[in-house]
Design a binder for this molecule. Structure first.
Ligand code: NDP
Length: 287
């Protein structure tokens, strides 16, 4: 069966809209998210448009700062310093990738951790690793766990989760989250030996690689839950393009107990979790 990410994201947004209402009536706080976009990357523009629309739909304040491709690192740092002290802004998201002349690490480190709704600041990754309260956790990994629970129920204890990929954005944080859910976690990567055999051990298989349709049916234990994070655009024989995941969906679907489609799986959850983080930030740190 398919795990419907659009449906799960819509359910999460309904819950968030209620929390936004409560924050407004009980504490007079309207959660605010500011997205900063530098340059004209078309994919980033689509993401930002969706983020802005959905933020407003749940009753939050959404601001967008669009900057020219030639914006200097210094100018961006100045804008972030202003957003850091603006009490109406609870979440700051700088859309990545940034133009090459801007140092991404420096930008991420400049965002106040309490407003870092992407969860990429070292303070937030440290808090996540330590299991501390108040961590803002990266959005895509949160979405993966929510989707796994959508199919398996809330108790993931004892399940073997195999994660393919060890990036700071997806692989590492999603591994920590499944560990916190009392799963036994294996992290695989480009040097892993006999990857198909490793994947066949998984009750929950998360693919976060960036290689189109790499995971095949014989990599998957019958009945396993498959979460496909990959977003790859491939060219078809007629010259058109389409989006596919890291999992060969048609091949794996008959074997898996449940699988997230691409598009319509992890992607919609990522944006919903961004809104969730902004509401969390407003709840914990808002004045
Ligand atoms: P990275 O390129 O940062 O990391 C890819 C990981 O995959 C690395 O750890 C790499 O291993 C591993 N890898 C690469 N090739 C192989 C291989 N042949 N066998 C096993 N492991 C391999 O990618 P991201 O984590 O940023 O993203 C992964 C995918 O998820 C991409 O398709 C991206 O577009 C998508 N994505 C989707 C999001 C969503 O909202 N749905 C959000 C973020 C990303 P090593 O470390 O050894 O190099």
């Amino acid at each position: 069966m398919n795990i419907d990410g659009k449906q799960a994201a819509a359910e999460l947004r309904v819950r968030l809209a209620k929390e936004v209402d409560a924050l407004q009536s009980e504490r007079g706080i309207t959660p605010g998210l500011t997205v900063v976009l530098v340059g004209e990357d078309p994919a980033s523009q689509v993401y930002v448009r969706n983020k802005v629309k959905q933020t407003r739909e749940v009753g939050m304040i959404s601001n967008e700062i669009r900057l020219d491709e030639s914006t200097t690192e210094e100018a961006l740092l100045t804008i972030l310093a202003e957003l850091n002290i603006d009490d109406t802004v609870h979440g700051i998201l700088v859309q990545l990738p940034l133009p090459k002349h801007i140092n991404e690490e420096k930008i991420i480190a400049t965002i106040k951790p309490e407003k870092d709704v992407d969860g990429f600041h070292a303070m937030n990754s440290g808090r996540l690793l330590n299991g501390e309260k108040g961590a803002l956790v990266p959005c895509t990994p949160q979405g993966c766990v929510i989707l796994a629970k959508h199919h398996l129920g809330d108790d993931l204890s004892g399940k073997h989760a195999v994660i393919i990929g060890r990036s700071n954005i997806v692989g590492k944080p999603v591994s920590i989250l499944f560990l916190q859910e009392n799963c036994t976690v294996t992290i695989a990567h480009s040097r892993t030996q006999d990857l198909p055999n490793m994947c066949r051990q998984a009750d929950i298989l998360v693919a976060a690689v960036g290689r189109p349709e790499m995971v095949k049916a014989d990599w998957v234990k019958p009945g396993a839950t498959v979460i496909d994070v990959g977003i790859n655009r491939i060219e078809l024989s007629d010259g058109k393009t389409k989006l596919v995941g890291d999992v060969d969906f048609n091949d794996v679907s008959p074997v898996a107990g449940a699988i997230t489609p691409v598009p319509g799986g992890v992607g919609p959850m990522t944006i919903a979790c961004l809104l969730k983080n902004t509401v969390e930030a407003a709840k914990i740190y808002g004045k």
